[in-house]
Design a protein around this ligand. Sequence first.
Ligand code: SF4
Length: 336
Amino acid sequence: MDRENQRREESRPIAQQTPQALPRERGRAEMKREVEQVVAQRIAAADLLVQPEGEVGQGACLARSPDVEPTVRRPEDRIGENAIIIKVKTRPQRSSKGSQRGAEQKKPLTHVQVRAYVKRPKNAAERKARIAEILRILDEMYPAATCALRHDNPWQLLVATILSAQCTDKRVNEVTPGLFAKYPTPEDFAAVRPEVLANDIRSTGFFNNKAKSIVGAAKKVVNEFHGEIPRTIEEMLTIPGAARKTANVVLGTAYGIASGVVVDTHVQRISRRLDLTKEKDPVKIERDLMKIIPQDRWIRFSHQIILHGRALCQARAPECNECQLNPVCYAKDKRV
Ligand code: SF4
């Protein structure tokens, strides 16, 4: 090709030039620029959002505030600057009056949390009325609530209650018939060595400590209370293995003496959910409950709340939809 022809070729658009007419380096640069321009024009025409590959998939990054327009960035700048592969995500066109509908469409409809409105008591009279309502509902839900531990006398109930620590009542009820057949009286328990008794109660867990407590309790009852379980909380608390919870269970269930409120794990949790206390320590919870629950309800209230904790108001997933206390309960972890 002579000089004149080459000048004529170069004056034509690149796309129409013959490959022989292009110097190698210049041709590549021109082609690249043209490709980038075409890509940029197409992206801009489609109003597409350009996002680096590392960010694609992070949906929240794509959400556009209804009243703030995104900063305009030229896609070709991004390509040249980062030299990365890009992925493009389209966004639905927003109509001028449809911005609200558009915002709703962006939100996923799953996991919608619904909060029920429950009125909180504002003064002492309302608090009192609410507690009366809670007690009434508990009576309706659990009219025959009582202790689930099988026993024939106060001593057996004391032993069963000591065994029930960190163990289910069901398991204790499986163990005690054989145990009381083998050791019928407190004197029999007082005479046995703790290591031997530990083997008999192994399946209830913590058997070494429980065996020591039961043997110690038997010796105390035989030596100081003539083989009879005492009837006051003060005396009960001197028996090895009998803290306030055990003492309240035995006095309330075996003798019908309302010495306090039984505060086990269910009573702790549900009292806080029902806003009957804000305390975490069982002794302080009991003190709060004894102030607001009438004394003639202490025994029944404990049994009812324990049953409620097992039946519906479980720690992880309370069955609030089936709970009659729902209209008076504003627990934070309530499920509706
Ligand atoms: S409504 Fe739910 S959280 Fe409240 S007492 Fe009933 S089961 Fe428990």
